[in-house]
Write a protein that binds this ligand. Structure first.
Ligand SMILES: CC1=[NH+][C@H]2[C@@H](O1)O[C@H](CO)[C@@H](O)[C@@H]2O
Length: 496
């Protein structure tokens, strides 16, 4: 029959036991049972309703009293020692499908798995014929790393709220739980700052190639944060500094050492800009920006960039970080930064994001030894802005080209020399947008490589296997077609 194997899930679940024969049938009278008194569990139930109503045409009424036969049951009764904080156990019997979790995010992850156990047409946004059957058995699943992250560069090219929401939907189905938004760079400032309005009115008025750019008002950014949160994704805002700051410097002459504002920049060079390290106004500026950005994001981390400060002397870079890192703490956030800032001895709580193209880096190893967590985005593996091969139209190639297999075939736990798995917070698929201007182009570069990085962040080490992954990716294609995802048909994948 056309039922999906319980093994055919991305990211690969921790353990799967599949029974032959009997199936769980979703029918018109299937309800969703949630524990009374848990609004968060009910939010997951509504998410499941929204997912399955369009394609099945069923109501999926939510009930809180006794679960009926044929119901999907969400329960917050999972055992923490077995499932950790974010795991779930899915019990699929002939007349009931139960997702047990220790916390609401585990229920959400169970629902993402359930989606993949239904035929691809379940992803349709218009009514389709059933039957809607799921094989019986048990899945016990939990993440290996706490951070499975994606980055979207909205500075080189600006993406509207709707385009960001579309990407959030696409990320959530693979249990990604962080979206890092690269909000400022040489080519654009994309987030409204009340105390420095020209950052967006002037600094947000263009983009790579000279287009009209754009920016998020605080209300729009709050909508992105809310939308992401409802899909178990925390936004990590990045204000890149002291380099990558031409848009800010162009907006306020007084921020420049020589008092002259540079022109807006629409090229794709890097490393030519720097805030003025010796001016007091620079730190008033940074304090205001961090205060306003911190107030907009509920997440623990605030990314301060720190990459490619080639127009800042090493001494000035250290001076800058020594003044700015305390401001992050002052505004109640924990710092995250590209790995160059590790040499400035950030607080132990700070996280270091590695973007090098080797598997050894002294600054990162020393940071880990000091107690900093490391977020892995090695550019030759997890930068999904890189070409797939020489002929790929889109994308950059300085760290690539990067095939799907190269994006997948590495182990984040043992990747960095002299950095133990216990120091690895997780992984990030970074999508820089020098060459990317719309959702189709995001999808072409992110699919299938973002799901590959999602699996590396979630699945147990002994589940990482290219021959299994390539087949499971192939089986995702009909789902991506139903979702209108313009994925790259890599020749490494046995597409149906
Ligand atoms: C951390 C980092 N700094 C550079 C580098 O990554 O490469 C990106 C393109 O791949 C580029 O956009 C970015 O400005």
């Amino acid at each position: 029959g056309n039922t999906v194997s319980l093994h055919d899930v991305i990211p690969a679940p921790t353990s799967v036991r599949e029974e032959s024969g009997k199936k769980f049938h979703i029918r018109w009278n299937t309800g969703i049972h949630t524990p009374a008194g848990s609004p968060e569990a009910e939010e997951v139930a509504h998410h499941l309703q929204r997912q399955l109503r369009p394609s099945t045409g069923y109501g999926f009424l939510i009930n809180r009293d006794q679960p009926g036969s044929n119901d999907i049951v969400l329960r917050l009764d999972g055992s923490r020692d077995r499932l950790g904080d974010s795991g779930y156990r899915m019990d699929i019997e002939r007349d009931r499908l139960t997702i047990h979790a220790t916390a609401p995010d585990g229920l959400f992850y169970g629902v993402q798995t359930l989606r993949q156990l239904l035929p691809a047409k379940a992803e349709s946004d218009s009514p389709r014929h059933g039957p809607w059957k799921v094989r019986t058995g048990e899945i016990v699943d939990k993440p290996r790393f706490e951070r499975r992250s994606a980055m979207l560069d909205v500075a080189r090219h600006f993406f509207e709220v709707g385009q960001v929401k579309t990407y959030i939907d696409q990320l959530a189905q693979y249990k990604i739980n962080y979206l890092h938004m690269h909000l400022s760079d040489d080519q654009g400032w994309r987030i409204q700052i009340d105390s420095w309005p020209r950052l967006t009115t002037h600094g947000g008025s263009t983009e790579v190639g000279g287009g009209e750019g754009g920016y998020y008002t605080k209300r729009e950014f709050a909508e992105i944060v809310r939308y992401a949160s409802a899909r178990n994704i925390t936004i990590v805002p990045e204000i890149d500094m002291p380099g990558h700051t031409n848009a800010a410097l162009a907006s306020y002459a007084e921020l420049n050492c020589d008092g002259k504002a540079p022109e807006l920049y629409t090229g794709i060079e890097v490393g030519f800009s720097s805030l003025c390290i010796d001016k007091d106004i620079t730190y008033r500026f940074v304090d205001d920006v961090i205060r306003e950005v911190a107030a907009m994001t509920p997440g623990e981390y605030l990314h301060i960039g720190g990459d490619e400060a080639h127009a800042t002397t090493d001494e000035d870079y250290r001076k800058f970080m020594s003044k700015v890192l305390p401001l992050v703490e002052k505004h109640g956030k924990t710092a995250l930064g590209w790995h160059e800032y590790a040499k400035t001895d950030p607080p132990e709580s700070a996280m270091v994001q590695y973007w090098g193209t080797t598997n050894s880096n002294a600054e990162v190893a020393e940071a880990a030894a000091r107690g900093n967590d490391i977020l892995l985005s090695p550019a030759h593996k997890s930068y999904v802005d890189q070409k797939y091969n020489e002929d790929t139209e889109l994308g950059l190639d300085w760290a690539g080209p990067t095939t799907v297999r190269e994006a997948y075939d590495w182990n984040p736990g043992s990747f960095m020399e002299s950095v133990p798995e216990s120091s690895i917070a997780g992984v990030e698929a970074a999508l820089w947008s020098e060459t990317v201007t719309n959702s189709d182009e995001i999808e072409f570069l992110a699919f299938p490589r973002m799901p590959a990085i999602a699996e590396l962040g979630w699945s147990a080490s002994d589940k990482l296997d290219w021959s299994s992954f390539r087949q499971r990716v192939a089986d995702q294609a009909p789902r991506w077609e139903e979702q209108g995802i313009d994925f790259y048909r890599s020749e490494q994948i046995p597409w149906p």
